[in-house]
Design a protein around this ligand. Structure first.
Ligand SMILES: Nc1ncnc2c1ncn2[C@@H]1O[C@H](COP(=O)(O)OP(=O)(O)O)[C@@H](O)[C@H]1O
Ligand SMILES: [Mg+2]
Length: 339
């Protein structure tokens, strides 16, 4: 079931991407970074978006935020429906109001997203003063409360510190505090734990899950790490070369990945490959977005590709027998299932 089927008639989704296309112009030609992406998030649920670096995960998220630099980028097609309204029809002013207030985003490297010359308190206060129109003293109290909520010790002192005085894990907590400070209904987290060591990573994921339960917000969690997805997501979109190649409930995907690319991702996971299976990385590389192969974009790396795969692009279609809106873009469903 495509996300389309729900659109326009009182959608139950918080966010729906329908056939989104975001392209960049460059010297090498048009980069089709996001090239027909559909997925959806229900209120309170987490969608995991996975795929190797360069598959278009971040560009899709930045498109939702209205943060694609233009030029060179442009959303050239599709829809982004948030709470029943197409964000692509919003003015820059309306998008500024939505960003931070209704949809917040956190990034992999908090040091680049935080401003080094302002205290963490100032940066939280700026967000709430902008969106909520409250005065400084109340904003400061709210900032301290938010730091406490994200588990930062001694928040009354930390509120006056600068980003460089904090550890990587604490900085990511500050980013989450900023993101959560206006109670967004959607949080987009783009590789939020990639730069952190494993213990801190687990703490941050736990924190996000706890805040999500309290606030009932939807989460889009972008990661190249399937183990992280297993831990937090209900649904998963597997992206490759600007497209969703498989879209499934997390249990279905982990039980039996259907796309050869998904299978390849699992084989490269130490925890999930199983004791007797050798760890394998998928041979070859994600093609540049200016030069996608003909037919199925995965065919040069696919162990079961045929002539048809080289010629004809597979559509993302419902998987036979799937009860849960699972979809797959592969010409060789049967053989893929046996991989
Ligand atoms: N500002 C930009 N200008 C040109 N190409 C871009 C720009 N941002 C991203 N791209 C291209 O879009 C493709 C997808 O990138 P991205 O969404 O960042 O991948 P991911 O987040 O999955 O690693 C890449 O090929 C990248 O080079
Ligand atoms: Mg990215």
């Amino acid at each position: 079931m495509g996300a389309q089927s729900q659109a326009g008639n009182g959608s139950e989704y918080l966010l729906e991407l329908n056939d989104l296309r975001t392209y960049f112009t460059s010297d090498e030609g048009t980069a089709r970074a996001v090239d027909g992406v559909s997925y959806a998030i229900e209120p309170g649920q987490t969608l995991g978006v996975v795929g190797e670096s360069g598959s278009g995960k971040s560009v899709a998220a930045l498109s939702v935020m209205g943060l694609i630099p233009s030029p060179p980028g442009e959303v050239v097609g599709g829809e982004i429906i948030f709470k029943g309204e197409n964000l692509l029809a919003k003015s820059p002013g309306e998008m500024r109001r939505i960003r931070g207030n209704e949809i917040a985003m956190i990034f992999q490297e908090p040091m680049t997203a935080l401003n080094p010359v302002y205290t963490v308190g100032d940066q939280i206060m700026e967000t709430v003063m902008l969106h909520r129109g409250i005065e400084r003293p109340a904003a400061r109290a709210h900032a301290i409360h938010m730091l406490e909520r994200v588990g930062i010790p001694a928040p009354e002192q930390r509120v006056d510190e600068y980003p460089h005085q904090l550890s990587g894990g604490m900085r990511q907590r500050v980013m989450i505090a900023i993101a959560m400070s206006c109670d967004p209904s959607l949080l987009i987290a783009d590789e939020p734990t990639t730069a952190l060591d494993v213990t801190i990573q687990a703490q941050i994921l736990d924190l996000m899950a706890e805040l999500q339960r309290e606030a009932g917000m939807g989460v889009m969690l972008i990661t190249h790490d399937l183990a992280v997805v297993a831990q937090v997501a209900q649904r998963v979109a597997v992206m490759y070369a600007g497209k969703v190649v498989e879209y499934a409930a997390v249990e279905e995907l982990f039980e039996e990945p259907a796309h050869p690319y998904s299978t390849g991702l699992f084989r490269s996971l130490p925890d999930l490959a199983g004791p007797n299976e050798r760890l394998q990385t998928i041979p070859g590389m994600v093609p540049p977005a200016t030069r996608f192969p003909s037919g199925c974009r995965f065919h040069p790396r696919c162990p079961i590709a045929t002539e048809r795969c080289r010629q004809e692009e597979p559509l993302l279609l419902p998987l036979a027998g799937a009860q849960t809106g699972r979809t797959l873009a592969c010409h060789h469903r049967e053989e893929a299932a046996a991989l």
